[in-house]
Write a protein that binds this ligand. Structure first.
Ligand SMILES: Nc1ncnc2c1ncn2[C@@H]1O[C@H](COP(=O)(O)O)[C@@H](OP(=O)(O)O)[C@H]1O
Ligand SMILES: [Mg+2]
Ligand SMILES: [Mg+2]
Ligand SMILES: [Mg+2]
Length: 310
């Protein structure tokens, strides 16, 4: 049998696809069932249903693994057709002979999975559909090592014949798959940041990094995809608003591709079950680990002091 990490990622790719289908079905039916959880913080029926699908499916396949999802839900039974049991063969094939030795012996109790059933909820409700992703991040002993980012509306403006949706996945030491890997353009400094959760500190930090262009878009998953595809040079978010489920999967795919995701002090995120949910130190992502320090050094002291280390 394949190592646990390989099976987890291969199953998570199938589960994220299934959840993405639920996200699309709910929007096409038209009743989003929006609930306000807090200030500028919404949940829809798609967030709730996709999380039920993902948690029930993971629990069925891996009953001993800890899983945390963004939404607080009751334990109502999940429709049988939402339980995804297939395994993505592409992941099994690609990972065979490549998984680092350190990940081969990982046990159930070492693992914590962080699930964002719908990242970019604000943009989903506003019709900015390619900003939406489904995130499943896998941490081992508190460090993010593998992730799945499913983009359910990829290609939605490319015409009827285009295949809708794509899966991006990555494992540290194996690589990142399912997207184009481009370098960002030389001579520019394109910075991506939040579209719907901006603050004075967010703007100060972006401006201090001397952007030639600012891409204000939704979703932590989507912003990391922009970096992986060479559309942005950095993801700069000087706010305590992102949580563990926002960063776990994006961090793994970015690190597996040679990039870096930390808080704005340069500290690594940790993901053990008891960790505080908020990434209070903000988020900084770059496509090449060696470029990270330049951005860290440009974050104003005033902004750093206002964001406690996570
Ligand atoms: N001030 C804030 N309050 C609540 N959530 C926040 C937030 N700032 C960021 N987030 C969460 O972090 C994710 C990325 O934010 P953004 O799109 O603004 O860059 C979103 O995840 P969800 O859409 O899964 O809730 C968003 O809700
Ligand atoms: Mg949310
Ligand atoms: Mg999110
Ligand atoms: Mg979410």
């Amino acid at each position: 049998m394949e190592p646990l990490i390989t099976r987890l990622v291969a199953t998570s790719v199938s589960i994220a696809n299934r959840a993405g289908r639920i996200v699309r079905d709910i929007l096409s039916k038209g009743d989003l069932g929006i609930v306000e959880k807090g200030k500028n913080d919404y949940q829809t029926e798609a967030d709730r249903s996709a999380q039920r699908c993902i948690l029930a499916s993971l629990h069925k396949a891996f009953p001993k693994v800890s899983v945390f999802g963004e939404e607080e839900l009751d334990s109502r039974p999940v429709p049988q057709e939402w339980i995804e049991t297939t395994v993505n063969e592409e992941v099994i094939k690609t990972t065979a002979n490549k998984l680092p030795d350190t990940l081969k012996a990982v046990k159930d109790e070492d693992i914590c999975i962080w699930v964002d059933p719908l990242d970019g909820t604000a943009e989903y409700t506003q019709g900015l559909l390619d900003h939406v992703t489904v995130l499943i991040g896998i941490a081992v002993k508190g460090r993010s090592v593998a992730g799945v980012v499913y983009q359910p509306y990829y290609n939605y403006q490319a015409g009827q014949d285009a295949t809708l949706g794509r899966s991006i996945w990555g494992i540290i030491g194996v690589g990142t798959f399912g997207h184009q890997a481009n370098k960002p353009p030389e001579g520019q400094n394109i910075i991506t940041t939040t579209r719907s959760h901006s603050t004075r500190a967010v703007v100060l930090a972006v401006d201090a990094c001397e952007p030639t262009e600012v891409l204000r878009v939704g979703g932590a998953g989507h912003k990391v995809l922009l970096i992986l595809e060479g559309k942005a040079h950095a993801y700069v978010f000087a706010s305590p608003g992102c949580k563990k489920w926002d960063t776990c999967a994006p961090e793994a795919i970015l690190h597996a591709a040679g990039g870096k995701l930390t808080d704005i002090h340069g500290n690594d995120f940790t993901y053990e079950p008891t960790v505080q949910r908020r990434n209070t130190g903000g988020v900084l992502g770059t496509p090449r680990a060696e470029d990270h320090k330049w951005y860290l050094d440009h974050i104003p002291q005033e902004v750093r002091e206002a964001l406690p280390i996570s």
